[in-house]
Design a protein around this ligand. Structure first.
Ligand SMILES: NC(=O)c1ccc[n+]([C@@H]2O[C@H](COP(=O)([O-])OP(=O)(O)OC[C@H]3O[C@@H](n4cnc5c(N)ncnc54)[C@H](O)[C@@H]3O)[C@@H](O)[C@H]2O)c1
Length: 312
């Protein structure tokens, strides 16, 4: 008899709560919402609220809150949002020292308790945090991945859809590179159901959309005083589902490069295939000269953060 999958969410804050809601609704498995002892009540309260929600929405999932690492033993998937989010005026990189310490602690626990888990890191600055997670757990690179590209692409898709006056469902877009101001929205692969966006959106409007996409996170932070959480949670759940259901989805994620795109020993956003083995393949797409230069600049920015991490 097969067992229900165990999904552990490290961090029961804004994204953690929404992750639990989405995992339960799509019946991906049973969920543990974990937070520090001071926030155990929040984790338990959200879990109880969401279990009761199952009666109304008709889903069947066990959702529990905890601050005890023992409860997370043997997880199939771990999604990590532990840390602090941005406040208005902050860059993601400003979170480095505080979140690095937290991620290193989480990695140590996951290493011993969840040795077979597929780990999705969400905490910022994303590319440096997922690098630290892999270093700390020692897990194979295909089982440690960062969430950014799905979200950044979703933002790009929305702005393109609104400008072109078409359904968001018909827009395909891809954002590569680091999850920061240097991210690379790849317009050469953006289409509206196969029609290149350059045929439907004027160059100056496209440039403004790229700029808005790069600042998409900051735009929400400025409005709300904290980070976005609905679309970030959906993006991480799409990745978890691709793994649990062996979907072989081709999506942009922060993956560990070993020479692809001329880069190695760093995590950065690239198209990957996620299936039952985790990151099953890194896809090397052809980029034009401008895109290559943007990716190189983005990689240099990520490398700087990794070097800064090594000094902390
Ligand atoms: N990758 C992305 O695209 C993306 C998008 C949005 C936000 N983020 C990042 O995700 C992170 C979480 O955002 P949020 O809005 O959920 O923040 P939040 O403050 O609502 O939740 C974070 C939770 O982590 C908990 N935490 C702190 N230390 C912990 C530890 N050692 N173990 C377990 N839990 C711990 C906190 O108590 C808090 O409840 C932030 O770093 C944010 O910048 C990333």
């Amino acid at each position: 008899m097969s067992q229900r999958k165990k999904i552990v969410l490290i961090g029961a804050g804004n994204i953690g709560g929404e992750l639990a809601a989405l995992a339960a609704r799509s019946e991906l498995g049973d969920v543990w919402l974990f937070d520090i002892p001071d926030k155990e009540g929040v984790a338990k309260g959200k879990a109880l609220d969401l279990e009761q929600n199952g009666a109304v929405l008709g889903y069947d999932a066990h959702i529990r809150g905890t601050s005890n690492w023992d409860d997370l033993t043997g997880a199939d998937v771990a999604i990590v949002t532990a840390g602090v989010p941005r406040k208005p005026g902050m860059s993601r990189d400003d979170l480095l020292s505080v979140n690095l310490k937290i991620i290193r602690g989480v990695a140590e626990q996951l290493k011993s308790r969840c040795p077979n888990a597929f780990v999705i890191v969400v905490s910022n600055p994303l590319d440096a945090m997922v690098y630290a997670m892999r270093q700390g757990t020692g897990f194979p690179a295909e089982r440690v991945v960062g969430m950014a590209g799905v979200l950044d692409s979703a933002r790009f898709q929305l702005f393109l859809a609104r400008e072109a006056g078409v359904s968001i469902k018909d827009v395909r877009a891809m954002v590569l590179g680091g999850h920061g101001d240097t991210m690379v929205p790849v317009t050469s692969y953006c289409t509206i159901n196969g029609v290149p966006v350059s045929q439907l959106i004027a160059a100056d409007k496209l440039a403004a959309i790229i700029d808005r996409t790069r600042n998409g996170g900051a735009e929400v932070v400025k409005l709300m005083g904290t980070s976005a959480f609905y679309a970030p949670a959906s993006s991480a759940i799409a990745m978890a589902k691709a793994y649990l259901h062996d979907e072989k989805r081709l999506i942009p994620c922060a993956a560990f490069l070993t020479g692809q795109y001329g880069l190695k020993d760093l995590y950065i956003g690239v198209p990957v295939i996620i299936g039952g083995k985790g990151v099953e393949k890194i896809i090397e797409v052809a980029l034009n000269e401008a895109e290559k230069a943007m990716l190189a600049a983005s990689a240099a920015a990520v490398r700087e953060l990794i070097e800064a991490s090594a000094r902390l």
